[in-house]
Design a protein around this ligand. Structure first.
Ligand code: FAD
Length: 606
């Protein structure tokens, strides 16, 4: 990211002269906060996760620019729970995981460690549908930010981040394929197929059943922007060296850790953004940080503060700093710096259930994974298998969902919600985007074969709100799961389809019985795949969060409740931007990270 106005050589020199003597001794990983206290860096980045490390890497390519990243977690790159792909989920619930409690007794995971959630995530690398990227500008009165916020701009950003290795012969034999037109082999993030790719018949059987019976195309490479297909997807695996996880830390920090103008302070929480409120527009001047024992320090930002603390902590930090809905801030005695109603609203999180089947005796998956076969059924493939008329359920309820979201404080106005929902409706009903993800999972649930199924594009909107002015108290996180009933209808349709996939040959020939939910819990109901009532009861009782929160500081126009504009600057402030999942205004038919790497590369290119 570069300053918005071109700065003269003289002022560049001045900045360099001011900042370098103060910060030149600091580079690499710093653990002593007193070394940073009262120093000045050109850019101070809050959060050393996906967004933060991409931006920090790209900004510090210029040796005259000094960059500090403040990360709440430690540097755990040497911890096998982080680097070993086979240890996925072992970090959950430990000191490496924020593990925010959310409503309805659920929790949302997030990496509290260098690399953020990319250090603990599932390594699936998938891109969304072209139409979804093209829709980004429609949230901004058709301002695409000079070409960044459409398919072409996002594709460019995603390519820039990617260091792709096409499948080798043994991976091809297992079914993997790719098209070089949609990949870059020289970006920082290493992307490839696992050496332990499954050679058993099951992943191909899944692909064959879905493409032959559910009108989804079997794609050779789903990274082309036509994601409503069934395909092998690559993983973020470091093929150039270890075969370990390729995270934002290993991809964007490790190779440049010797840069003298880049420092990362670990195990310190940013507790407040500091503003100069004497100007007509409050100007971000630095960051206060510290630990839960009460120590507090400050650091100055000569040019900008960039918040990349993720979709839960970024709105919380803004609220703690006086940027948010005045009615929330006044109640907590926080001085209002900018009365920005959209902060913490528009939260979108997905809901997951897993259908499981027991393999036949002697079944051998012939590999260690990770699993890499995914289908993204669109409306047509879903509704033909479930007889649910989801299109009319969406169309006839947009108005009532908008009113409900407004009553719950999750949108800034009914009018705004109706506009946002109409963009979403168009994509879901008329543009063939995937409505659910069907992730074919070897070994889960119950050690057998399964389909992890989540509804991708919820109409339910929720909130993130601080409940105290103590920065170490977690905010209230309420995604309002299933507040819009069509979210439940789509989840049911997807699960019914998942059950049916296992009941279809050739997949049927390698399984014996359904072990989750099982026909006792959700009876077949005369062969229609289970009644709505039975599925509903099972889903409500057992669903989990997908750990994909977004949109709590959305990149939208202000009338829609946006928090940042197309340049990612926070409305009503200066010298303050956001680069993380909180700015993505709507979910995509994909996992998030490929898109967010593209978004962060675009941010750094501005
Ligand atoms: C369990 C799990 C599985 C996932 N699986 C996949 C997958 O398979 N494929 C995929 O594409 N995506 C997946 N994702 C999603 C993806 O990893 C995230 O969406 C993405 O990393 C979000 O990027 P971000 O920059 O918004 O936040 P993060 O990458 O989470 O980074 C935020 C960073 O900010 C730090 N921080 C927060 N508050 C503060 C503060 N006040 N001061 C200092 N530091 C702070 C955090 O500790 C963290 O390091 C998964 C996520 C999770 C949690």
């Amino acid at each position: 990211m570069l300053p918005t106005r071109p700065i003269s050589a003289l002022s560049t020199l001045a900045v360099a002269l001011i900042s370098i003597p103060l910060t030149s001794a600091l580079s690499g990983i710093v653990t002593d906060p007193t070394q940073v206290d009262k120093q000045t860096f050109d850019y101070v980045v809050v959060g050393g996760g996906l967004g933060g490390l991409v931006v920090a890497n790209r900004l510090s390519e210029n040796p005259d620019i000094s960059v500090l990243v403040i990360e709440a977690g430690a540097d755990n790159r040497d911890d096998p729970r982080i680097y070993d792909p086979s240890q996925y989920s072992v970090a959950f619930g430990t000191e490496l995981d924020w593990n925010w409690p959310s409503s309805q007794g659920r929790s949302i995971k997030g990496g509290k460690t260098l690399g953020g959630s990319t250090s603990i995530n599932g390594l699936a690398q998938t891109r969304g549908q072209r139409a979804q990227y093209d829709a980004l500008a429609t949230f901004l009165n058709n301002d695409d930010g000079g070409g960044y916020w459409n398919w072409q701009g996002m594709f460019t950003g995603m390519l820039k981040s990617e260091g792709f290795s096409a499948p080798n012969d043994q991976q091809k034999e297992a079914g993997a394929s790719s098209n070089p037109a949609f990949h870059n082999d020289s970006g920082p993030l290493q992307v490839t197929y696992p050496d332990g790719i499954y050679h058993g018949p099951h992943q191909k059987y899944f692909r064959d059943v879905v493409s032959s019976n559910f009108s989804l195309v079997a794609s050779q490479d789903a990274d082309d922007g036509f994601a409503n297909v069934v395909a092998f997807h690559p993983n973020t695996i470091a093929w150039k060296d270890s075969g370990h996880r390729s995270s934002s830390a290993t991809a964007y920090f490790t190779p440049v850790s010797e840069r003298s103008n880049l420092a990362i302070l670990t195990s310190q929480l940013a507790t407040k953004i500091l503003f100069d409120t004497s100007a007509s527009t409050p100007k971000a001047t630095g960051v206060e940080f510290g630990t839960s024992n009460g120590d507090r320090y400050t650091v100055n930002a000569g040019r900008e503060v960039i918040i990349s603390a993720g979709a839960i902590q970024t709105p919380a930090l803004l609220q703690l700093s006086g940027v948010g809905d005045s009615s929330l801030l006044n109640g907590l005695g926080i001085d209002v710096v900018a009365d920005l109603k959209g902060v913490g609203k528009n939260l979108q999180e997905q809901t997951m259930d897993s259908v499981g089947w027991t393999p036949v005796d002697g079944f051998d998956p012939q590999g260690t994974g990770p699993s890499d076969m995914i289908a993204y059924p669109d409306l047509l493939s879903l509704s033909s298998s479930s007889q649910n008329d989801i299109a009319s359920a969406i169309t006839s309820n947009v108005g009532s969902y908008a009113q409900d979201a407004y009553r719950a404080g999750a949108v800034v106005s009914v009018d705004a919600a109706e506009k946002i929902f109409s963009i979403q409706q168009e994509l879901m009903v008329n543009r063939s985007v995937g409505l659910v993800e069907a992730f074919f999972d070897t070994g889960f649930p119950n050690g057998g074969l399964g389909i992890d199924l989540w509804q991708l594009l919820p109409f339910s909107r929720g909130t993130v709100s601080i409940k105290s002015n103590d920065p170490f108290t977690y905010p209230t996180v309420d995604p309002r799961y299933f507040a819009a009933d069509v979210d439940m209808q789509i989840q049911i349709a997807g699960l019914r389809m998942a059950r049916k996939i296992f009941q279809t040959d050739p997949l049927k020939s390698i399984v014996t019985e359904e072990n989750a939910p099982g026909f006792d819990t959700v009876p077949e109901n005369n062969g229609d795949g289970g009644s709505d009532e039975d599925w509903r009861a099972w889903i409500q009782q057992g669903f989990s969060s997908v750990h994909h929160p977004i949109a709590t500081c959305s990149m939208m126009s202000q009338d829609l409740g946006g928090v940042v504009g197309s340049d990612l600057r926070v409305y009503g402030t200066s010298n303050l931007r956001i680069v993380d999942a909180s700015v993505l205004p709507m979910q995509l038919s994909a996992h998030l990270s490929a898109t967010l790497y593209g978004l962060a590369e675009n941010a750094a290119d501005m």
